[in-house]
Ligand binder design. Structure first.
Ligand code: RP5
Length: 172
């Protein structure tokens, strides 16, 4: 079996329903990945070990999701030269704005490519786009995905223009 190219990590198992969307995208693009829990605050030594050994283990991109005081993506980015894609997880108290700002507002020199709140699906797609610059077979799958997105919308355009708003929306 090929070793994983993308590592998906998250601060808690409560992040899993969102972060699994990144895995689903990577699986559908045929990108070998691994997924696990690494908490910046509760398992700090594990985080340091994961980030500092990631490249040696063959990972090329890390997708990191966290909520609240979401330090995982930034701290991992500080420990590795691999690109880190951050996913702010929606929180109960502040709707994920806390997570978004914690991940996006990185100091100069330590970037994290920050997705939208709960944007794990886009994290998976962005990882494939980055890998596509090196692996042509992944780039071809990304291009096909984009064409499918376009044709899905164009189908709706034709239906809307043909049927009008009322019928399109199923109004009586
Ligand atoms: C963060 O705290 C995790 O990423 C999670 O989003 C949040 C809450 O964690 P749990 O209390 O659900 O384990 O570290």
């Amino acid at each position: 079996m090929n070793s994983p190219l993308v590592g998906i990590i998250m601060g808690s198992d409560s992040d899993l329903p969102v972060m699994n969307q990144a895995k689903e995208i990577l699986d559908s693009f045929g990108v070998v990945n691994e997924i696990t829990i690494v908490s910046a605050h509760r398992t700090t030594k594990r985080m340091v070990h994961y980030a500092t050994t990631a490249k040696k283990r063959g990972l090329e991109i890390i997708i990191a999701g966290a909520g609240g005081a979401a330090h995982l993506p930034g701290m991992v980015a500080s420990l590795t030269a691999l690109p880190v894609i951050g996913v702010p997880i929606k929180t109960k108290s502040l709707d994920g704005l806390d997570s978004l700002l914690s991940i996006a507002q990185m100091p100069p020199g330590v970037p994290v490519a920050t997705m939208a709140i709960n944007g794990a699906r886009n994290a998976g797609i962005l990882a494939c786009q980055i890998l596509g610059t090196k692996y042509s077979e992944i780039a071809i799958r990304v291009e096909k995905y984009k064409r499918e997105l376009e044709s899905g919308v164009l189908k709706k355009v034709r239906k809307l223009e043909k049927s009008g708003v009322g019928r399109y929306m199923g109004m009586p």
